[in-house]
Unconditional design. Structure first.
Length: 166
């Protein structure tokens, strides 16, 4: 996968999965939405739709309740669809990749919450004590872009050669 393809798929993850975290329950982070978007971005919408529908059926009942964590279907779909399209495969390529990537992705997402957002917690407190609301809002969106940008780009670009080469 080329860097620009990874960047485009990362933007899709940023807007859909990260947007659902920012805006609430938009359902943009579901595989049935992300699969076709990745397919459209990479030039094979039919494969994107098929992969999105297949992974939606797999992740339909996945709910993370309390401290239990299962999988992150949005990232799993984006990565699985991107690799399947680039490797010339279909759902048979995406499904075996998506399940472990979704499980690992949720753990990475949790670590980024602690690492990125946790790092800025004292800054938020200081800005709140000083009454600087505009800076709080800007820092909130900046930390959001930083967290989701790292999450999306690293997960997609970092392992693309490893999967393609093996």
């Amino acid at each position: 996968m080329m860097l620009y393809e990874a960047f485009i798929v990362s933007l899709i993850v940023l807007v859909t999965v990260g947007g659902a975290e920012l805006l609430g329950m938009t359902m943009l982070n579901r595989p049935i939405v992300i699969g076709p978007l990745v397919g459209l971005a990479l030039g094979d919408i039919q494969t994107g739709v098929l992969i999105g529908a297949s992974l939606e059926a797999v992740f339909m009942g996945v709910v993370n309740i309390g401290g239990a964590s299962a999988a992150e279907p949005g990232l799993a779909t984006a990565v699985g669809a991107a690799f399947a399209i680039n490797l010339g495969g279909g759902a048979g390529v995406a499904l075996p990749l998506a399940i472990p990537i979704g499980i690992l992705g949720l753990q990475v997402k949790t670590l980024l919450y602690v690492g990125v957002i946790g790092f800025f917690a004292p800054v938020f407190d200081r800005l709140a004590a000083e009454g600087k609301e505009r800076k709080i809002v800007l820092l909130h969106y900046g930390a959001w872009v930083l967290q989701w940008g790292i999450y999306a780009l690293l997960s997609i670009y970092r392992h693309s050669c490893r999967i393609r080469c093996n």
